[in-house]
Design a protein around this ligand. Structure first.
Ligand code: SAM
Length: 231
């Protein structure tokens, strides 16, 4: 029988764009828990309205997580059920849910995964680059330390995956070219959304394609791993 476990924390994946990409189980859990902890209550409010769900929301984001984590842990210990969602995709993958999960583990709270989309796996699956072994590096540091981080990946044979913001895309292409050479890359923009675009080719082609253009949207970059041929 499907029931909500009292005192459990549900990690609920939500769409990365297309609102149809949510599981039946995720919808039921969001409807039945006592509280939804949301990274941005406005964005999650839009999803809940679309699904006709009225569950109470609490905001939980990078700037209030230190204060909110003990409160949510206390509610869980007292028997409330909580679902955590991020703005998009799987909570904890490059977003603040990790902190709550870590503290829930420390407090021996039951944690239940409700799997679904995540941009890293969605991008990898259509990249055309090897999927059997890969390394996810999340976002590069915005300022200092970018090239150091990339230099450590110079001889990484597994496919490399990065998240990147549109305003740093060209800088990242140029840093990748300097540190890794002219590798093949799959640039995945706006996955599952109206303006979805996947470009595949050498880094220099991507620079030509994006420079002097207004760059918009969300990006996942899938980069060929090191082989003797690509140095
Ligand atoms: N938790 C999310 C997940 O499971 O993918 C990631 C959260 S992270 C704060 C947001 C980043 O994910 C974006 O800057 C972008 O790099 C990537 N991303 C999210 N949605 C995307 C989409 N529809 N297309 C391409 N990249 C996306």
């Amino acid at each position: 029988m499907n029931t909500i476990n009292r005192g459990s924390l549900y990690i609920v994946s939500t769409p990365i764009g297309n609102l149809e990409d949510i599981t039946l189980r995720a919808i039921r859990i969001l409807r039945e828990v006592d509280v939804i902890a949301a990274e941005d209550t406005r964005i999650t409010g839009f999803l809940l309205k679309h699904l006709n769900i009225q569950t109470h929301m609490e905001s939980y984001h990078d700037h209030n997580k230190t204060k909110k984590t003990p409160l949510l842990i206390n509610w869980l210990l007292r028997g409330k059920s909580i679902a955590i969602v991020s703005d998009a995709g799987t909570p904890g993958i490059s977003d603040p849910a990790y902190t709550l999960v870590r503290e829930a583990v420390r407090s021996s709270i039951k944690i239940i995964p409700i799997p679904g989309p995540t941009a890293v796996i969605t991008g990898l699956s259509i990249s055309g680059l090897p999927t059997d072994r890969f390394v996810f590096e999340g976002f590069l540091p915005p300022k200092k330390g970018r090239k150091n981080r990339l230099a450590k990946l110079a001889e990484e044979p597994r496919t490399i995956i990065l998240y990147e913001a549109p305003h740093r895309l060209l800088r990242t292409f140029s840093d990748l070219l300097d540190t890794l050479g002219n590798r093949t890359i799959a640039v995945c923009r706006e996955l599952t959304k109206k303006f979805e675009e996947i470009l595949r080719g050498p880094l220099t082609d991507m620079i030509n394609c994006f420079e002097n253009k207004k760059i918009q949207g969300e990006f996942v970059l899938i980069i060929q791993g090191y082989t003797k041929k690509n140095v």
